[in-house]
Design a protein around this ligand. Structure first.
Ligand SMILES: Cc1cc2nc3c(=O)[nH]c(=O)nc-3n(C[C@H](O)[C@H](O)[C@H](O)COP(=O)(O)OP(=O)(O)OC[C@H]3O[C@@H](n4cnc5c(N)ncnc54)[C@H](O)[C@@H]3O)c2cc1C
Length: 459
């Protein structure tokens, strides 16, 4: 009963997040609402309907909950195939693993696992994302240096490539297809089911250490220290144009804390949160005011606080739809990785470029990263910076310049957030692209899996 309720609430949540008519051709958006495409959505509720969806389409793309910011889950003129399988979690052959349908939203999976006192070691900052979408983007959390990315915890993938014949692939069998699918942005086929390793969970609170910093070098230094000791770490940066120093910020490190056994199963119940209050699109003065207040608050208040784990891992879920603040014109997110060896110089150059352009990001977040999974997977040793910009004059030029600067530093842009990268820069950023393209040619010789991202980047 509880489980059925969870499924209904989370299905409704995805429909709310990814709201469009579902039969005829219509306009679909990326999460940030600046990328759009005309496509037909087909919900696939079993293997046969997925196969029929593939066979009836000239070209197609798997779609999850549409939480990728740009055009990764869009296919203009093509068909979007959205798995909607029964929400069953079954034991897999390995006692530490579960078998889950690709269509299950993260929030529902966490809620169901918590009933068994289990959890996932790696989560992104959005509860509506589906398990298939998380594998396809090889998502990372605030603990990448400790736990790696989502793909590190995947044991087997049931995949339907363009030939319509599904197969299970693992690191041992069909390794190339398995590794190419992790981070492969849906371009190897429809992920139907996944065997995932899970861990015991007895913690639902975090002791949170908050530290205000005065420069980008100090922020990086404190973030690195926090990443070594805390379970989850990130840093917020004040990039308002009038900020007194380049890259001052607030470093947040969370240490998980155990709670009484009875309260564990109550966690992760879907909450819709209050609606974001109506307010004008944040301009320069509002960003300045918010940032001064946030930085000042972190400096003044006690450095150790106790937060529910959700607040630490999913801060944006506190609001029902914070995207509304950007209005109909939407926003952009640029998320890049700067390699370890050049992280201070790389970040300083990025921050200077933003300042010279006279456009402040509404939100800027840093996280440390460790070893990645290769292929098209984003993580690699270094530091990752996410920047949200409202859609305004000059922002596209800034994003193009940022992409070029990141490539110069040997870094890369995260495909799940991207909508502006060029094919030339993409080739520089992902050295294993040729191997991925070779795999694509083998399993999809007709090039029938197509996203707007893959067309733009020449994949
Ligand atoms: C508020 C917010 C916070 C976020 N925080 C993080 C974060 O901390 N870390 C992080 O790494 N990411 C983060 N993301 C990005 C998000 O986790 C990824 O974009 C993820 O892929 C979204 O899953 P989805 O189900 O919505 O997939 P979609 O956006 O629908 O699709 C993303 C890609 O996955 C493919 N895909 C989807 N389902 C399948 C399937 N069944 N089979 C094959 N391919 C499929 C699509 O073709 C597409 O290329 C965040 C996004 C938001 C909106």
């Amino acid at each position: 009963m509880v489980k059925q309720g969870l499924t209904c609430v989370w299905r409704a949540r995805i429909d709310m997040v990814d709201q469009q008519p579902q039969s005829s051709s219509s306009i679909w958006y990326g999460w940030a609402r600046t990328s759009r495409a005309n496509s037909q959505l087909v919900n696939c509720d079993d293997v046969n309907s997925a196969k029929a969806g593939i066979q009836d389409s000239a070209y197609w793309l798997p779609r999850g909950a549409g939480c990728s910011y740009g055009d990764a889950a869009l296919s203009d003129g093509g068909r979007l195939l959205r798995p909607q399988f029964p929400s069953e979690i079954v034991a897999s052959s390995n006692p530490n693993s579960v078998r889950v349908p690709a269509s299950m939203p993260l929030g529902e999976l966490l809620a169901r696992l918590s009933l068994e006192e289990l959890t996932l070691p790696v989560v992104p900052g959005v509860l509506a994302a589906t398990v298939g979408g998380m594998v396809a983007a090889d998502v990372h959390g605030k603990n990448h240096q400790r736990s790696g990315s989502f793909g590190n915890w995947v044991e087997a993938i049931k995949l339907m490539p363009p030939d319509g014949e599904y197969r299970w692939c693992t690191r041992e069998s069909d390794r190339e297809l398995f590794e190419g699918t992790i981070g492969g942005m849906g371009l190897t086929g429809i992920i139907l089911e996944i065997d995932l390793r899970v861990v015991r969970r007895s913690d639902s609170l975090a002791q949170v250490h908050v530290e205000a910093t005065d420069s980008i070098a100090q922020t990086l230094d404190r973030l690195e220290k926090s990443s070594r000791t805390a379970d989850h770490s990130s840093a917020w940066l004040d990039l308002a144009l009038n900020s007194p120093s380049l890259g001052r910020g607030v470093v947040i490190g969370g240490f998980l804390q155990s709670v009484e056994k009875e309260t564990v199963s109550q966690l992760w119940e879907p909450r819709s949160g209050p609606v974001f209050p109506p307010m004008p699109v944040p301009g320069e003065s509002m960003i300045r005011l918010h940032n001064s207040f946030y930085h000042g608050f972190a400096r003044l208040l006690p450095v150790v606080r106790r937060w529910p784990l959700e607040k630490l891992l999913f801060p944006l879920e506190a609001w029902r739809d914070w995207r509304n603040v950007y209005g109909k014109s939407g926003f952009y997110q640029h998320q890049c990785l700067i390699p370890e060896s050049v992280r201070v110089a790389g970040l300083e150059s990025i921050l200077k470029m933003i300042k010279e352009c006279q456009i402040s990001p509404t939100l800027a977040v840093l996280k440390m990263m460790g070893e990645g999974n290769g292929g098209l997977s984003f993580p690699a040793p270094g530091v990752t910076l996410s920047l949200d910009f409202r859609n305004q004059a000059g922002v596209l030029q800034l994003l193009n310049n940022l992409n070029a600067l990141v490539a110069e530093f040997g870094g890369r842009v995260y495909l799940a957030k991207d909508s502006t990268l060029t094919a030339g820069l993409f080739q520089k950023m992902y050295p294993q692209l040729d191997q991925f393209l070779e795999l694509r040619r083998r399993i999809d010789p007709g090039g029938r899996i197509r996203s707007d991202l893959s067309s733009r980047l020449g994949m």
